[in-house]
Design a protein around this ligand. Structure first.
Ligand code: TYD
Length: 207
């Protein structure tokens, strides 16, 4: 697949893995090479994504099942109904997306069956499967260190527990979907510039 048909590249990782930084660096590099590129993210800043953020912040009450369903709906909306829906944007461009359905598999499988979450996203997978999903793999302890350096006051034990569980769930989902999905693991424990170089090598092979 070349740029003519478009490419949908997803970056995934646990909180503090540096994926947002890497998306910015990759976007800049592609733009410098005059390759048409757009970056986007989930949860979106659209109506469903905004509701999700309120729920995550605790200002709107919810439960884990509703949240998982809303994330799947936000994703469909992101693909189809936004002013710049990803499905349309990807024509002739590289679309970089910060999180996609593997985030759902990793985060929601903490509370429900992974198969249910995969089913809830079946329509999204049918509409648009990523050309590749790059998982920035960083030791949860390193991620926690980064999160703590950026913010203060966190329930460390609870947080490290969650980070480890989410990382484990990512790998369970990668294993379960290895025949359908193109997942590339990137060692994210290195300094950002090294990680960027490795990502760039992978992207050049995909182009
Ligand atoms: P994000 O905006 O990437 O986090 P950050 O504020 O660290 O940049 O995502 C917000 C949270 O939403 C993150 O903890 C992961 C979670 N999430 C899910 O639980 N399910 C999903 O499907 C997605 C896309 C994100």
């Amino acid at each position: 697949m070349g740029i003519d048909q478009g490419m949908f590249l997803v970056l995934e990782g646990i909180d503090g893995s540096g994926k947002s930084t890497q998306i910015q660096l990759l976007h800049k590099r592609l733009a410098e090479k005059n390759i048409p590129v757009v970056s986007t993210f989930e949860p979106t800043d659209g109506p469903i994504g905004s509701l999700i953020r309120k729920m995550l912040a605790g200002s709107v009450e919810t439960d884990q099942l509703t949240l998982a369903s809303l994330f799947a709906a936000d994703r469909t909306d992101h693909l189809m109904n936004r002013a710049n829906g990803v499905k349309a944007m990807v024509e002739g461009r590289i679309v970089l997306c910060d999180r996609y359905y593997f985030s759902s598999y990793a985060y929601h499988a903490q509370y429900m069956d992974l198969d249910w979450v995969i089913q809830a996203n079946a329509l999204n997978a049918k509409i648009l499967r990523p050309t590749a999903t790059l998982f920035i793999d960083v030791d949860p302890d390193v991620c926690l260190g980064r999160i703590l350096a950026a913010r203060d006051s966190l329930d460390m034990y609870e947080k490290i527990d969650i980070l480890k569980r989410v990382r484990d769930n990512y790998f369970l989902a990668f294993e379960q979907l290895k025949d359908q999905e193109n997942v590339i693991i990137v060692d994210g424990n290195k300094p950002p510039a090294r990680v960027e170089e490795n990502i760039w090598k992978i992207i050049q092979q995909l182009l």
